[in-house]
Design a protein around this ligand. Structure first.
Ligand SMILES: [Zn+2]
Ligand SMILES: [Zn+2]
Length: 199
């Protein structure tokens, strides 16, 4: 006879993010650890900036606890990220880790009766769906302006080469047109002065 208490495979047939909490038995105090790698089907994040790439894994290290109102999920989720430095455009490979604290309300609990479903997650048919919670947490934790290093100097605006690859003292003769006009005027003024004093 199959072990009914460990029915994650049954849930997994639908979505790996759907976790069966049946074995917690709605007994406050009972708990279960959940360590799971879930393969990313759709990349998370902003393309060409930073993403958790398709085919990589999101690693869950969670504790599922039965509390009076529902199932409390705490722990961490972590994933590899790939992206592009927003200053020098070098590829970046990094990691993201988020803390997770989420209550899934039991049906007919006070929380279930007094909150909307978009406010507090729900236990549905003994299952909880980790996907929206984990996805949102990871996307929010991704840097808006990813950098290869905190002090990345970026690119020379004159030639587009990374400052890190340029000789010390690198520069360009070209001057911004607005400055060029100003420099010309200054030169005129100083020229007049010197001419005047020579006379
Ligand atoms: Zn950089
Ligand atoms: Zn340059």
């Amino acid at each position: 006879m199959p072990d009914e208490s460990f029915s994650q495979e049954r849930a997994g047939a639908r979505s790996p993010w759907l976790i069966d909490t049946h074995e917690l038995g709605r007994r406050p105090g009972s708990s279960r650890e959940l360590r799971l790698d879930i393969t990313v089907e759709e990349p998370l994040g902003v393309p060409d900036v930073i993403i958790v790439p398709k085919g990589s894994a999101i690693t869950l290290d969670l504790l599922l606890e039965s509390v009076v109102e529902g199932v409390l999920v705490t722990g961490t989720a972590s994933a590899r990220t790939t992206g592009q430095c927003s200053r020098c455009l070098d590829p970046i490979a990094d990691e993201v880790e988020v803390d997770v604290t989420e209550l899934y309300a039991y049906p007919d609990s006070t929380t279930d009766e007094t909150t909307e479903e978009d406010e507090v997650s729900r236990v549905v048919d003994d299952r909880i769906d980790l996907e929206p919670v984990i996805r949102d947490a990871i996307v929010l934790a991704l840097p808006l302006v990813p950098l290869c290093s905190e002090d990345c100097a970026g690119l020379c605006s004159g030639c587009g080469v990374k400052w890190a690859d340029l000789e010390p003292g690198h520069g360009h003769e070209t001057i911004d047109p607005r400055w060029a006009a100003l420099v010309e005027r200054l030169e005129d003024t100083s020229g007049e002065k010197s001419n005047g004093s020579d006379r």
